[in-house]
Structures are given as structure tokens and as C-alpha cells.
Write a new protein. Structure first.
Length: 275
């Protein structure tokens, strides 16, 4: 079974191109609460998509699923709705899967699951050290359909230099073993083109197969549509890039060199962080 490929965009034309190329999930990102504070000054995606984007992308898609990342659990303010109202809104506007970011406790995840109430698939995003520490209590909750590990914020939380350090140091593997025992599908991190990124995509992709992952986000390094001159260029990148990933997945399924790949991953990460 191939990985579910996910791509973040609120552009309906780009979403259609990605879907036609074989991307499985289009990712609308509404999270903004607290994000600038913890990622301020970093070259990270801070999308600030809206309910209008959710509705428009939902109406665009024909086969791909619509994944929406909401805000962390929060109360209503003078400027924004509560988590319950936000979740109701994304469901009403077509979300198939809802991702809860930046939680620290099982109580936050429990509230999220209750607010969704089985109306969409649920995907908690583990990206804080506290969530890792409380993962057993979190996994004991009923209603988690999938789970994802956010390497960027998790590495920040641990004071790491490079986002893939939690993958190299065993943090991710320890968690996915727990997900496996619970029978919960999982994914982690971002994927560049096969030969792109500080840590080449082909090495990351093979590690997904070693760990039994089911999904991954295609990163800006894979396709930064906002920087491209035409939709034709975007289409060429998606068509060739997704086809290359699917072809390489065939070799990953029958691989006998997972340990060699992991060794190379750890060596590259060590060089990047200067150890």
C-alpha cells in the first residue's frame, strides 16, 4: 500500500493539479494561534487559511480527501470562535479529516474528539515534548482514527538544531511502536523531492517504509507553488515528482537495506548538526 501524500494549499487550481498528479489529501491549514510566537523568525509555513478556503477546496476536490488543521484547543475570544465552533465550521464546509495541533495533555485531545463526535476522521498532531510524555494516556482515548508526528515543532520543543533529529535519535520510533500496538495508522514529517532537501527525500521515504508509516506531507522543498511562474510549471513538478515517489516506493516495499538507509540517515543528521 502506498503512502498517503498530503499537500498544503488553499489555491483551488493548485489543489486540482496536485489531485490529478496523485496526491491523496489536500491540506488546508487554519492554525495560527500561538504559531508565530513559537516559530517567529523561522522559515516555516504559517498559512492562516480560512473557512472560506475549506469550502472552496472541498468543492474543487473529486477524489482526494480534504484534511484541515484547526487551532489548538481554545476558548472563544472577541476576535475568534471557540474550538467547538471552529470544528463545527470545518465539518459543515467539507472537512474529511481534522488535525489537532500543539496539544500537551490527554484532556485536550479528549475535548477535540468529543467536539468532532465521529463526524470526520480525527488526527492528533504530536508536536510537543509534553504530548510525547503523555502519549500512553492519549492513546487510551477512544476515537483517534490516525495520528501524526510533527517533526518541526517537536524538534523546537526539545531544543534541537534540525527538524529530523527526533527521527534519528529514536524518539519517533519509540512512539510509532506504541501506535502499532494500538492499531492506529500514523505518519510523520515532511518529504522533499527524492534528491532534494538537506536530508534527501529518498532516505526519508525509505525510513517511512521501515517504520510502517501511512502518510507524509509533501513539503515546500517538493513544490513551492507560490514561487513558480506558471501553473504549467506547478503541474510539471507535481506530475514528475509524484511519479518519482510512486516508482521509488516500489523499491521500498521489497527493500532489504533498511538498516543501511537508517545508518546513512543518522550520519547525515549528525553532519548537519555538527556532531
Amino acid at each position: 500500500m502506498s503512502l498517503n501524500l498530503m499537500y498544503i494549499t488553499n489555491d483551488s487550481q493548485v489543489a486540482a493539479i496536485a489531485e490529478n498528479a496523485g496526491v491523496d489529501r489536500i491540506f488546508v491549514d487554519m492554525e495560527y494561534i500561538g504559531k508565530n510566537l513559537r516559530q517567529g523568525g523561522m522559515d516555516t509555513v504559517q498559512s492562516r487559511h480560512t473557512l472560506g478556503d475549506v469550502k472552496r477546496i472541498s468543492e474543487t476536490l473529486r477524489s482526494a480527501k480534504l484534511l484541515v488543521r484547526i487551532n489548538p484547543i481554545h476558548s472563544a475570544t472577541d476576535n475568534y470562535t471557540s474550538s467547538k465552533e471552529e470544528i463545527d465550521g470545518v465539518i459543515e464546509n467539507g472537512a474529511d479529516i481534522i488535525m489537532l495541533p500543539y496539544f500537551k495533555t490527554a484532556d485536550e485531545v479528549k475535548s477535540f474528539l468529543e467536539y468532532v463526535g465521529g463526524r470526520a476522521r480525527t488526527m492528533p498532531l504530536v508536536e510537543t515534548p509534553e504530548a510525547v510524555e503523555n502519549i500512553d494516556e492519549i492513546l487510551a482515548l477512544d476515537g483517534i482514527d490516525e495520528i501524526f508526528i510533527g517533526l518541526n515543532d517537536l524538534s523546537l520543543g526539545y531544543g534541537k538544531k534540525f527538524m529530523f533529529e527526533p527521527l534519528a535519535d529514536g524518539t519517533v520510533e519509540t512512539m510509532v511502536e506504541k501506535f502499532k500496538r494500538k492499531g492506529i495508522p500514523y505518519g510523520f514529517g515532511g518529504l522533499a523531492s527524492l534528491d532534494g532537501g538537506l536530508l534527501p527525500g529518498r532516505i526519508v521515504l525509505k525510513e517511512h517504509y521501515r517504520l510502517g508509516s501511512s502518510c507524509v506531507i509533501l513539503s515546500r522543498s517538493f513544490c513551492n507553488a507560490s514561487k513558480m511562474e506558471s501553473l504549467g510549471e506547478v503541474e510539471r513538478v507535481f506530475d514528475s515528482g509524484v511519479a518519482a515517489i510512486r516508482s521509488y516506493e516500489e523499491t521500498c516495499r521489497d527493500s532489504i537495506d533498511f538498516e543501511e538507509n537508517r545508518k546513512e540517515l543518522c550520519e547525515i543528521v549528525s553532519k548537519i548538526i555538527g556532531e
